[in-house]
Design a protein around this ligand. Structure first.
Ligand SMILES: Cc1cc2nc3c(=O)[nH]c(=O)nc-3n(C[C@H](O)[C@H](O)[C@H](O)COP(=O)(O)O)c2cc1C
Length: 213
């Protein structure tokens, strides 16, 4: 009885350690390239929603640049971001669903932290292209960061602030020749459950990004 239990316990411990090592995976993004790209007026001229994507992965540099443009830190001395937020609450987090897992963008460390392994792209929306595109971003608001705002104001600020992040991504994509579309047609409750969001966290919008087909 004892002889059989010990190897089972060791196997269980190894499985736990392996699972932890997998869950602790972090993608350290290269330093964002803050120069180049198309001039702003040209990017505005070319900004549009696109719904056909190649399945080609983004290069680490493009992923880095896109996330920095979205809501990265552009004034390190103050910790302020490329996107404005009500009362500088910085309540919008970007989750990136890549082909191998769901990641949380840590703007300060400029890295992606693995939250869940596996190809979860299909859960990020109801349109078929979400399964094919390289990246689906999910904008999640932590409403408790908005302090004493009423629930009506908090919902308004969260939606507005997510919109700024989305427009940054649109402009980056126009500037870099990528395809993108922001999406509200998402089963937010189901997605929130898969993402294991807390009650004060809400999915606001999703946005698909990839190379054009
Ligand atoms: C809040 C919001 C939600 C949207 N939701 C979706 C969506 O679920 N699916 C989609 O294909 N496009 C969605 N769009 C994109 C709009 O359809 C698109 O912006 C509009 O048709 C204008 O096209 P343009 O972005 O090329 O100017 C959404 C846009 C906004 C601003």
């Amino acid at each position: 009885m004892m002889k059989k239990t010990i190897p089972i316990m060791i196997a269980a411990m190894l499985l736990t350690v392996t699972a932890f090592a997998q869950e602790a995976k972090t993608i350290q993004l290269p330093k964002p390239n803050m120069s180049g790209g198309k001039p702003l007026m040209q990017a505005l001229k070319e900004r549009k929603s696109v719904r056909e994507f190649s399945s080609k992965e983004l290069t680490p540099q493009v992923l880095s640049d896109m996330l920095w443009a979205a809501n990265g830190i552009n004034r390190p001395e103050l910790g302020y971001r490329t996107a404005p937020s009500a009362h500088n609450a910085q309540e919008i987090d970007i989750y990136a669903v890549l082909s191998d897992g769901l990641y949380l963008f840590d703007a300060l460390a400029h890295e992606l932290k693995l939250i869940a392994s596996g190809d979860l792209r299909g859960l990020t929306g109801k349109q078929p292209f979400v399964k094919e595109a390289a990246v689906n971003l999910i904008y999640v608001a932590t409403l408790s960061k908005l302090g004493n705002a009423s629930s009506e104001d908090a919902a308004f600020y969260a939606a507005t602030d997510a919109g700024f992040v989305s427009e940054n991504v649109y402009l980056y994509c126009a500037s870099a020749g990528l395809a993108t579309v922001v999406r509200g047609w998402v089963d937010k409750t189901a997605l929130g459950k898969v993402m294991k969001l807390r009650p004060d966290q809400k999915v606001i919008l999703a946005q698909t990004v990839g190379y054009p087909k």
